[in-house]
Design a binder for this molecule. Sequence first.
Ligand code: ATP
Length: 299
Amino acid sequence: MLTPFAQLGVQDILDMVLVAFLLYQGYLLIVGTRAVNVLRGILVFGGMWLAAEVLGLATLSYLLGRAGAVGLFALVVLFQPELRAALERVGRPRGRDMAEGGAVLQDLARAMERLAERKTGALIAIERLTPLGEYAASGVRLDAVVSVPFLEALFARNAPLHDGGVILQGTRVVAAGCLFPLQSSDGTYRRYGTRHRAAIGLSELTDAVVLVVSEERGSMRIALAGRLGPDLNGTELREQLRTLVYDRQVPPERPLRRRAGPAGGQDQDGPELGPPEAAAPEALSREPRPREPASREQA
Ligand SMILES: Nc1ncnc2c1ncn2[C@@H]1O[C@H](COP(=O)(O)OP(=O)(O)OP(=O)(O)O)[C@@H](O)[C@H]1O
């Protein structure tokens, strides 16, 4: 007798691989966003409907079935920004994106250097797979080209939008003055001020690459996957931006909540870089070194 697998054709396998790929991409899009909670709600709702069907509870099953159909439309409305971002990502011309992306990262790195040189505090989140729309909504919506003077002007001390974080989506600045979630208080980063904890907090919940310039120390750092990297000079910052955002050689991190555990390392400020399970890219997980002066190399 033939087993069910023996009847599988190439088409069936291709079908399954494509469905798995789509489900995985969908999962990457929603992980770390409010959509995860909604998905949980839908699963509970679906479970109740299934139970009502199996137990023959006709009225409850009818009501839940009807509500489910209406709920589908409600979801499209509720997640319109996320859906739009996903479709844009699929349809984006890759070649032009790469060329523009390279120039944007050079400008971004140069702006960070200039802000650090002047000890102007800054917080910039670069969106990767997890949409940052809900955080952008907490600030002022913009649609501007990334440029050195523009970023400097945004964070200038008396500028109206200097408080809070800026969000970059592709080659555009899409919001400023945004409120990021503060790092969960497991104590490791408690000694840090709110700007750094907001950077770590956003990187815990999303796969964003979050850049911080310290007003106090004039240092530049990157927060990723719930961990704060060491001080960077201009060259190192460019290298990391290229790897994490431009080349995308490093797959986006699974956003992880930090777990209490043995410290992975200490930098000169004393932050622990976290347990190895948090698996940040090599650049962020290496041993910290003494701070070097910011590079003045021109983009
Ligand atoms: N939740 C938040 N989301 C975004 N930005 C925030 C948030 N909380 C604070 N900030 C920004 O951080 C600034 C305060 O930074 P604070 O001095 O407390 O932090 P810090 O980590 O010590 O940074 P610095 O080294 O630059 O002083 C605020 O003026 C605001 O711009």
